[in-house]
Design a protein. Structure first.
Lengths: 980, 432
């Protein structure tokens, strides 16, 4: 009796044959490149010929995400893959307590001891094989090499693994700053490991006999080691670790009737899909339409002439992007004389050096570089390394270039390898910027990766898309989802053409509806310039024009616009001669990289210091300017810092006083960031010693991450698990964390709710943190806006635990309310001081508008100090809200206390000079979906610029810098224009 | 036409006037099919030309994404998308339609759907179309739409009828001997009850009693086979829990997988929302009048629920759902009664109830990034399984980009374990 298990996953087909004794007598592993039926037929035919040798009746079962569709339509047995894994483990490794399996797009933890539980990654593919693949290609090394590299690591950086996008934006700056690949490789493994644990363990501890399965864990010994280290176990890699699903599936098939394999092969041969996928209009109706389209777009072009034979000045622009390096050399007539475009291979400095030498070698007598500017992520690095004349924000560079092709450009959209940059131009100034901070779907690398995973070059893929008859409607969402949507479409019978076209269209839709959030073509204006390598793809360009119903400008140098803009900038500098390194200097070019940890403050930034000799030093990895300027940022004008320090002063842990009722621990997170003065005073008045959890740090966060049940909740909430753990580790036996549907009432709002997460997170903590079994956990439901009833209710609750009197509680409440008012007043006065002083010094004030808990430096990533470094002062939204007397004019239901302040603050800004707003939004904050549009409307109605910064556990500070610099640049220009 | 519109002074929203009531067709989005079909007639009874949208085309989500902030939760995208899609369909005279959507007034984002819908209409250049808020919290008043006590009573009757039909249909259909009998009977009753609520006094308690008893008897008569099936409960955010459009036809999928499905009724949700107001007073003090009024309404709904439960108990041996009060007891010590936003503690309670009554296989549905469900759904699963180790819960996220194939795969895993248990159980029984 032979049993066949077939596991069809997102990228591979695995087949296993078991004999009577469940011994594996055959196994095979093939990539299917999404041609599942074809490959399957091939594999099974081989199997029939070589193994079965005439035997036709076998037990057989399918498994795997892509196997489900085939099994369904052929009416053959199917076993869910995790279930199959469990079956195989039960048969061969009975004592296993826990399985960790990483696959192509999925990560799973399977708990076998006690009640069986399975955790699969839901909507996020962070930390899976696909993620590791992506990272390897970013490091420009084959997968195996990555494992070897990790072996040699000396230190570990923090890298977000929740999303490939975030990880890329962490890794890219590290690479650009010259960090060691070995360290990055190991850091990636750590990230994967943390993601798996944080995302999947969800409060259940991973211990006992741990088994590793799946490709990444099979092939990468260092990844296994990392897991061992983090979990404190020594996990087992079983024999056939790749084939567990198939083996389990074969085992399960023995319960079903035998089937005739020849019959199945025939049925697969005739397997056609019912083609019932949702599709949209084709990009081009026919060949002719395509040709007309091509002709139209060939009009926008810059002549590209040879460098040879040219005499005279040249202007260099270098765009050192996140994945690519681009450079352009133009002459006095704006013609391109030299261009350069490579992936930066993680080492832009050496590439630029080689390129410059190449340029110098080609220069003829009389030709010379008259100006040189750099832009992009690596702007500072390149500028310092090669002593260029100027550096400019990439948005400005793109604007310069776009203007060159369309004087009255109103909107520029740039889709690059992994970022989208769009901006609106109003009165000649960049007015509104859209960046894809949270998501890389809709970017070029996405198409590229897809094309190559299906076995095509991007050019072939484009051709396929152009010829598509029925493009698949894939919607606009995350890359990870897209993989699965494509799988679904294939299952439903979409052709490769339809998929290629569908992907091109979804790139456009993502940019339009997710990043820009536009609803009609009028939103973008009439004069649109599109650029970035992705738009060189005719399918994408066409999809864009079709979606908007408008003709746009795309130049022949669409992929080089940043560099072209930089070269225009360097021309505009009107220098006599560039300060760029000469050929001789380049020949002696040296670079020493030292990595170190900054001791300037608590952040302990990992600095990479590149020394290029002759005082040309570049420091990367710093959050503030301190290591660069050697001066502490002047924190006097930073209300965020002031608030944070003031709040920490409510910690009485160092207090020597006697407290008769013992110690109460308070986790400093979420709404305690405002109500701490109240509660701290309340409990001190009642004779408790109030101890706060330590300042947030990533170490503190990781200590609690195993207990987070929902991986999509916002980071400030997740962080609370760490704070509770921290209190526990300090030996605190009583922890106070109330639930609060309502906040303190403030004037002029519809209601005064907390958001659901802030309101009830205490319930999540209690339900998911086992350590609380040894702790008295005080979790009353309180409403501070019911001043009259609060003492009574608090008394009722506390008297369950303590012997106290109502009068005592009344007194304590009075003190607490008084302290809260006092705290508010101190903050307000400090805020007024900052406003006044800034006005005197003619200093820009930035209102960092978020939530009270955004003052936590770990949550805000020291954005306040970054802005301070640019010479502005910092104030928070609550101050401005207090200064607005009239009622809100809000078009949304204004029912959350924290959020109503945002509306008021934006009103203040529209009525006062010298104050601008940057909204901080935590990733995953559902309420800000409502507030951000409303605040934007408020500001834009009055001609102010709305800037939003999305923050998460890890934030792409590069993108944040671009935003802030672009904002400051636009304000400066506006002011100049106003004066002129 | 446009200049005649009356607008609210503060917000500028178009007011739905008495005159409009006569002339305008009021469109409202689909959620629970049986309930909403019946409820439509309740509005018709009071002279509103209410029309339930039944279209489920994929363009609805696309329309939603185009006009509603994309980070907003999936139910907002779908329900507003369904409305705007209908408006743009060309089927209606745009000067003669109004849109209606519920507004709970709670601390969850759902209270803001209506504002987003208006923003969406504005984007489409249609902000002259009046949007009516359906709520009992006194938000946004319109002279042309009065939520009167008789209307509430009639609507509550509609809800309990819907709950009964849904409850029994789910219990009978998977086992029916003759395919289609249950569905036919359900349709007959929907028509009958709709008719009663449109023209007659189908809302009176004694009539409710008679009707519910007849329904139970009718369903009990359907011949069933003696097969054992996997029993699956569905809980979650109210829209994705009930709306096939929101959960990719989850009910249908589970039925195709040969399961018996249990969707706890809507009346519990209403009881919950009323009870929250009472609990707020208990927890935070004060507001005696509010508490008194809510208690009255609560008692009335509670009465209806007991009629519902009695009808099943006395006339059949169908599985009896738990009362709201019992569910509340189950939650004690697991989740706080003050946790009221969205589905709040009721979501946790329903999972406990299902696990207790033999529906321990549970799909916990939620829109991607649903704030209350971080707490009461995913946040409580660990605790629920510590109380009911046999609970086999899968949490599934729904949103415009989450592909069906992944959702189904996750659910299938839950089903594999459920099937295995069903087999072990039945072999244990047969070996005894």
């Amino acid at each position: 009796m032979i049993a066949v298990g077939i596991d069809i996953g997102s990228t591979t087909i695995k087949v296993v044959v078991l004999d009577d004794e469940d011994k594996v007598i055959y196994s095979t592993y093939k990539r299917h490149y999404s041609k599942i039926a074809e490959k399957l037929e091939e594999v099974l035919s081989d199997l029939k010929k070589d193994i079965l040798k005439g035997q036709t009746k076998v037990h057989l079962s399918f498994s795997g995400s892509a196997g489900m569709g085939i099994a369904d339509s052929l009416h053959l047995p199917f076993s869910q893959e995790v279930y199959a894994t469990r079956e195989a483990t039960k048969r061969f490794y009975k004592d296993t307590d826990c399985i960790i399996e990483l696959g192509g797009e999925d990560a799973k933890i399977l708990f076998l001891n006690g009640s069986v539980e399975v955790r699969m990654n839901g909507t996020c593919a962070g930390g899976t094989g696909a993620f590791i693949d992506q990272m390897a290609s970013l490091l420009n090394v084959p997968i195996e090499k990555m494992d070897e590299l990790a072996e040699e690591h000396t230190k570990i950086y923090t890298i977000a693994s929740r999303c490939g996008v975030f990880a890329k934006s962490d890794i890219q700056p590290l690479l650009n700053q010259g960090a060691q690949k070995a360290d990055i490789a190991e850091s990636i493994f750590y990230a994967v490991c943390n993601q798996t644990i944080a995302g999947l363990a969800q409060g259940r501890e991973i211990q006992g006999n741990v088994m590793y399965l799946g490709g990444p864990l099979t092939f990468m010994s260092n990844l296994r080691k990392t897991f061992d280290k983090v979990l404190g176990v020594s996990g087992l890699l079983p024999e056939n670790s790749l084939y567990f699903v198939a083996i389990g599936s074969a085992l399960l098939s023995k319960k079903d009737e035998e089937v005739d394999i020849s019959n199945i092969v025939n049925r697969i041969k005739n397997y056609t899909n019912d083609e019932n996928f949702s599709y949209i209009e084709p990009l081009f109706k026919n060949e002719k339409e395509y040709l007309t389209f091509k002709e139209e777009h060939e009009k926008d072009f810059v002549p590209i002439l040879p460098l040879k034979g040219y005499k005279g000045p040249l202007y260099l622009g270098i765009d050192s992007g996140s994945t690519t390096l681009k450079a352009v050399l133009i002459d006095d007539e704006y013609n391109i004389r030299y261009s350069y475009y490579v992936t930066n291979q993680g080492d832009p400095v050496s590439l630029v050096k080689d390129m410059l030498i190449d340029i110098y070698n080609q220069l003829e007598e009389g030709a010379y570089i008259k100006g040189a500017s750099s832009t992009g992520y690596g702007e500072d690095l390149i500028k310092n390394a090669f002593s260029l004349d100027h550096g400019l924000v990439e948005t400005m560079a793109h604007f310069e270039a776009a203007k060159h092709f369309l004087k009255d450009v109103e909107f520029v959209i740039d889709i690059g390898g992994q970022d989208i940059k769009c901006f609106r131009i109003k009165n000649g100034v960049i007015d509104d910027i859209f960046l894809n901070e949270a998501c890389s779907s809709g970017c070029g690398s996405f198409l590229q990766t897809f094309a190559s995973s299906l076995g095509y070059s991007i050019e072939e893929f484009t051709k396929l898309a152009i010829a598509a008859k029925r493009p698949v409607n894939l919607g606009s969402r995350c890359t990870v989802f897209m993989n699965s949507s494509v799988k679904q479409a294939q299952k439903d019978g979409a052709s490769i053409n339809d998929i290629a076209a569908g992907l091109s269209i979804s790139v456009v839709k993502n940019a339009l509806y997710k990043v820009i959030r536009c609803s009609s073509k009028d939103d973008l204006g009439k004069n649109i310039v599109v650029q970035g390598g992705t738009f060189l793809n005719d399918a994408v360009l066409r999809a864009f024009e079709k979606e908007l119903g408008v003709k746009v400008i795309r130049s022949n140098v669409a992929g080089l616009m940043g560099a072209y803009g930089a070269s225009l900038d360097s021309k505009n500098l009107n220098l006599e001669h560039s300060s760029i390194l000469s050929k001789e200097e380049l020949e002696h070019f040296e670079r020493k990289v030292i990595s170190t940890i900054c001791q300037g403050c608590n952040n302990k930034c990992h600095l990479t210091i590149s020394n290029f000799g002759k005082n040309r030093i570049f420091i990367g990895g710093n959050r503030c300017e301190k290591p660069v300027t050697k001066k502490a940022t002047d924190l006097k004008l930073d209300l965020y810092d002031f608030k944070y320090r003031l709040l920490r002063s409510y910690d009485h842990s160092e207090d020597k006083k006697e407290y008769p009722r013992g110690t109460i621990g308070i986790p400093l997170g979420l709404n305690f960031y405002e109500l701490l003065p109240f509660f701290s005073t309340l409990f001190t008045s009642l004779g408790f010693k109030v101890v706060l959890s330590d300042p947030s740090s990533s170490k503190l966060y990781h200590q609690g991450q195993m207990t987070i049940p929902s991986d999509t909740v916002c980071y400030p909430a997740k962080l609370l698990h760490g704070h509770i753990m921290n209190l526990y580790q300090k030996g605190i036996k009583t922890i106070f964390y109330p639930c609060m549907s309502y906040n303190i009432k403030e004037k002029g709002t519809d209601n005064h709710y907390n958001c659901p997460v802030v309101a009830y997170y205490s319930e999540v903590i209690l339900a998911n943190m086992k350590i609380l079994n040894d702790v008295t956990y005080l979790k009353p439901y309180l409403n501070l806006s019911e001043k009259k009833y609060l003492p009574q209710k608090l008394y009722e609750y506390l008297s369950n635990y303590y012997d106290l009197s109502l009068n005592e509680v009344k007194k304590a409440c009075e003190n607490a309310y008084r302290e809260y008012d006092k705290y508010e007043k101190i903050i307000l006065n400090k805020g007024l001081d900052i406003l006044e002083q800034s006005k005197k010094e003619n200093r820009l004030v930035i209102c960092l508008a978020g939530r009270p808990y955004h003052v936590d430096p770990l949550i805000n990533h020291d954005i306040d100090k970054l802005i301070l470094g640019f010479g502005a002062s910092i104030i928070s939204e609550d101050i401005l809200a207090k200064l607005v007397k009239k009622d809100d004019n809000v078009t949304v239901l204004n029912q959350w206390t924290y959020h109503s302040r945002l509306y008021k603050a934006s009103d203040y800004i529209t009525e006062h000079e010298g104050v601008e707003l940057i909204q901080l939004v935590s990733f995953g904050c559902g309420v800000d979906a409502v507030t951000s549009d409303e605040v934007r409307d408020h500001l834009e109605k009055h001609n102010h610029i709305y800037t939003q910064v999305k923050i998460d556990e890890i934030t792409n500070m590069g993108a944040v810098k671009i935003r802030i610099r672009s904002l400051l640049e636009a304000l400066r220009k506006r002011e100049n224009d106003g004066q002129a | 036409m446009m200049d005649k519109l009356k607008r609210d002074k503060r917000t500028g929203r178009v007011i739905f006037t008495k005159k409009m009531k006569k002339e305008y067709t009021i469109l409202f989005p689909m959620m629970a099919e049986i309930h909403f079909t019946i409820l439509q007639k309740v509005f018709n009874h009071y002279g509103y030309k209410a029309e339930l949208l039944t279209d489920t085309s994929p363009e609805i989500a696309q329309t939603g994404l185009k006009y509603i902030q994309n980070d907003m939760c999936y139910p907002a995208i779908l329900s507003c998308g369904q409305l705007i899609h209908a408006v743009l369909s060309g089927k209606y005279d745009l000067n003669k339609i109004a849109l209606m959507i519920t507004q709970t007034g709670g601390g969850c984002r759902a209270s803001n759907y209506i504002m987003l819908l208006r923003k969406g209409l504005k984007k489409a250049g249609l902000d002259y179309i009046p949007v009516i808020s359906l709520n009992i919290s006194g938000l946004e008043k319109n002279p042309g739409m009065k939520i009167t006590i008789p209307l509430i009573r009639r609507a509550l009757a509609g809800v309990i009828y819907g709950d009964m039909l849904m409850c029994l249909k789910n219990q009978v259909e998977p086992y029916e001997k003759e395919k289609g009998t249950t569905d036919k009977l359900t349709q007959q009753w929907i028509d009958n009850l709709s008719n009663q609520l449109l023209y007659k006094n189908g809302y009176k308690l004694e009539i409710i009693k008679t009707n519910l008893e007849s329904i139970v008897k009718d369903f009990a008569k359907i011949e069933k086979t003696d097969t054992k099936k996997v029993k699956v409960g569905i809980v979650g955010e109210i829209y994705v829990k009930y709306a096939a459009l929101g959960n990719n036809n989850l009910e249908k999928f589970l039925k195709e997988q040969d399961c018996e499905v249990n969707l706890p009724g809507i009346l519990n949700f209403l009881l919950f929302k009323i009870d929250n107001r009472i609990d707020d007073c208990n927890l935070y003090g004060g507001h005696k009048i509010k508490k008194f009024v809510c208690q009255k309404l609560f008692n009335y709904c509670d009465k209806i629920q007991s009629i519902f439960l009695e009808a099943i108990k006395n006339n059949s041996n169908f599985a009896l759902p738990s009362s709201y009060k019992h569910i509340k007891e189950l939650v004690n010590g697991v989740n706080g009664y003050g946790n009221k936003m969205g589905e709040g503690w009721l979501l946790t309670g329903e999972m406990l109830e299902l696990a207790e009554t033999g529906y321990e296989n549970i799909v916990c549905t939620q829109p991607f990034g649903c704030l209350p469900n971080h707490i009461s759904g995913k946040g409580m699963i660990r605790k629920i399984t510590s109380i009911h180790p046999q609970a086999n819960i899968v949490a599934v996220d729904y949103d415009a980009g989450a592909p069906k194939v992944n959702q189904e795969n996750r659910i299938k895993l839950m089903l594999s374990i459920a099937k295995e248990r069903l087999e072990t159980d039945s072999s244990n029984i047969s070996s005894k």
